[in-house]
Design a protein around this ligand. Structure first.
Ligand code: SF4
Length: 703
């Protein structure tokens, strides 16, 4: 018994959770992960957070899907999900791979042939590898013959990316997280890195210790606010008012970088004219920050040797998410705080591979490397590379696909590793839409809330069961290596995608995953210089890396922006209110988000023993003054309702949100808060407004 915990194998890989991309080592014995250790990766230098260190045994959970499943004839599709595995076989029957694939792919092919490619859609996953994302979008584009392919980037940074592509020509970060240690001023807005990018938060705290001034701007007081030089707790939904007021100060006090504006940008005159109306005095009552503080912070940001902005979902998940990001971009451009180490713009990417999945073309308007599908030259290149004719029409986005199902336009879907029944806004509607699909194929490792609505379920592989590349928030392409084998008859995702492709008439026969990566390299200039051998040797290479031998560029836009004429563009923004404001009937505000121990819809972390033990129950964070007013004590059940649904959770006293606003994590299937959220979209990024809707709260209810 003494030798029980001595690993027989150590496998170097990366963390499967957030975009920080910490490198780790799996310590394995008898096909079981015993424990995980941090490694000297460029983003983590040995550090790991609680999720990376303890969130691994989900892979061994008894709920793992180990056989293909086919819905029993007559089994009604219900949105009321149960996690009870004993009930699975009431709804589904086990099948052979051959039978399941024939049905899964055959029915999709039939719908395509009868109704055209636009009657199909696919959701890939930001949890899959680059190679999986690439093959999945290629399958949808050449097998389904539509651009209806999207993934959870739509729910995360789609608005940031649309502002970045418009303003500076690239949706990725300009500087790596680690650059905070070289910045004089660090602005964190609408992000809670301690919870969502924990190792990144440690670098920020280290930077503060060595003298950097941290400015935290957020309607919620995050843990990082304790380390801040200034904390601006602005009113929810007033980002543009606050940021325009800062720009007003910078313009009127002549703190702009005139040389930078003249040589590297266009559109400054319009921006300048627009912010003239946004004096700090006029904006103070709107955003709740006094004029003097706005002035102080604006001056500090503009005049430091290096100021860096990092942001998250608090900026992006609004109907004005694109406008919020436009303001951040304009701030950096007008002050020349971009294009050097210790400056720049960093939208903190959520999922471990949301950057890579987007790069690989898992989005409806872009082919790999952000080549627009409606650009004939780009399309022609991929038509030649893939030997197929491509649809010139941009596809539908996540929420649009749900609406298209309602309208009878989309009839069949293939969903790989995404869980829209939990993650989509107005989830009751999303579930109802998924339930009316003629044919839904779900590929996943657990019976997720989405898989519960499927016609065919294909049991897939967990992160440590496969090899592939993953691109972190810093544009770092890293190698995840297989440490264990999938359980039972579960298969690797790359194999499943290919089997599906074959059934849709595509004669694919990729062998090793590196063959897929090689094809990506040939079609994507940004990673053209990264070879598989180099990844195996170094474990990580940053892009842009156009030619073999290039070292890669951690800091970009040093001389040119990847736009016409090499210049960035200012885009002014005005105040647009949230889609659904509180009123007499629904007087409070709901803010949704994540918590430290759980990841997104919880399908992995709630099945990780340690993480589930720390946060086992669905909670709502309620301000103590609101609790007192409503006569609720900590730990008691409350019912939260919006116009779209209601859920019951346990109230937890927490004064980090403002009075009148309640924060709820979206990871709890038994209290799926997205049943309440609003599906109103930002018009540019098509991102839903997860950070703001009107609710009412009543004591009591049954969890
Ligand atoms: Fe994993 Fe992110 Fe934690 Fe690093 S910070 S260990 S990548 S969850």
């Amino acid at each position: 018994g003494v030798a029980l915990n001595i690993p027989d194998k150590q496998v170097d890989s990366v963390c499967p959770y957030c975009g920080v991309g910490c490198q780790l080592t799996y310590n394995v014995k008898d096909n079981k992960i015993l424990y995980v250790e941090g490694r000297q990766g460029p983003a983590n230098l040995g550090r790991l957070c609680v999720k990376g260190r303890y969130g691994f045994d989900y892979a061994h959970h008894p709920h793992r899907l180990t056989k293909p499943l086919i819905r029993r004839e007559g089994a009604a599709k219900s949105g009321d999900f149960t996690m009870d595995p004993d009930r699975v076989l009431e709804v589904f029957r086990e099948a052979s791979w051959e039978e399941a694939l024939e049905l899964a792919g055959g029915k999709l092919a039939q719908i395509r042939d009868q109704h055209g490619g636009a009657a199909l859609a696919g959701f890939g996953s930001a949890k899959g590898s680059n190679e999986e994302a690439y093959l999945f979008q290629k399958l949808v584009r050449t097998g389904f013959r539509t651009n209806n392919v999207d993934h959870c980037t739509r729910l995360c940074h789609a608005s940031s990316v649309s502002a970045l592509l418009e303003g500076i020509g690239s949706g990725a970060v300009s500087n790596p997280v680690m650059d905070v240690t070289r910045a004089e001023v660090i602005v964190i807005i609408g992000a809670n890195p301690t919870v969502n990018h924990p190792v990144a938060a440690t670098w920020i705290k280290n930077a503060v210790k060595t003298g950097a001034k941290l400015i935290v701007m957020d309607p919620r007081r995050s843990e990082l606010a304790r380390h801040a030089h200034r904390f601006l707790q602005f009113k929810p939904d007033t980002d543009v008012a606050l940021l325009n007021a800062m720009m007003h100060v910078i313009v009127t006090e002549k703190l702009v970088d005139e040389a930078f504006i003249a040589s590297r940008t266009i559109g400054y005159a319009e921006l300048q004219a627009n912010v003239a109306d946004y004096s700090p005095e006029a904006m103070a009552p709107i955003c709740g920050i006094d004029a003097e503080t706005i002035r102080y912070v604006a001056r500090l940001y503009a005049t430091s040797q290096g100021s860096m902005i990092l942001w998250g979902m608090g900026v992006s998940q609004h109907v004005h998410g694109t406008d919020n990001a436009r303001c951040l971009i304009a701030l950096s451009l007008m002050t020349g705080q971009i294009g050097r180490p210790g400056t720049g713009l960093h939208p903190l990417r959520g999922q471990n591979n949301v950057q890579g999945a987007s790069d690989a073309g898992l989005i409806p308007m872009m082919l790999p490397d952000y080549q627009r599908v409606d650009n004939p030259a780009a399309r022609a290149r991929f038509e030649q590379a893939w030997g197929a004719t491509l649809d010139p029409k941009p596809g539908l986005t996540v929420v649009e696909i749900m609406d298209a199902i309602d309208a009878g336009q989309v009839r069949g879907m293939y969903i790989m590793g995404e869980n829209p029944a939990m993650s989509d806004p107005d989830a009751n509607h999303a579930r109802a839409a998924l339930a009316v699909l003629e044919h839904l194929v779900v590929q996943d490792i657990f019976l997720t809330e989405t898989a519960y609505l499927a016609d065919v379920i294909l049991p897939a592989s967990a992160f440590p069961e496969k090899t592939g590349t993953f691109t972190n928030t810093d544009r770092l392409v890293q190698l995840g290596r297989q440490a264990i084998d999938p359980p039972g008859e579960a298969k690797q995702d790359l194999w499943i995608i290919q089997q599906m492709a074959n059934r849709l008439g595509l004669p694919w026969n990729y062998g090793h995953v590196s063959e897929v990566f090689d094809e990506m390299r040939r079609t994507m200039a940004s990673i053209g210089g990264i070879t598989w051998e180099r990844l195996e040797r170094n474990g990580a290479v940053v892009y842009p890396c156009m030619n073999e031998g290039d070292v890669g560029q951690p800091v970009v836009f040093t001389e040119l922006f990847p736009r016409e004429g090499g210049r960035a563009r200012f885009v002014p923004a005005d105040i647009i209110p949230a889609d659904e404001r509180p009123d007499g009937e629904y007087p409070m505000v709901l803010i949704t988000g994540r918590q430290l121990e759980h990841w997104h819809t919880g399908s992995m972390t709630r099945r990780a023993t340690v993480l589930d033990a720390i946060e086992p129950d669905p909670v709502a964070l309620v301000h103590p003054l609101d609790m007192e007013r409503m006569g609720i004590r900590p730990g008691e059940a409350i019912t939260i309702a919006s116009r779209r649904g209601e859920v019951v959770l346990y109230a937890r006293a927490d004064d980090s949100s403002p009075v009148g606003a309640i924060f709820v994590p979206f990871c709890y299937y038994e209290a799926a808060i997205n049943r309440l959220t609003n599906a109103a979209l930002d018009p540019f990024g098509k991102i839903p407004e997860f950070k703001y809707c009107a609710i009412k709260v009543t004591p009591g209810g049954e969890v």
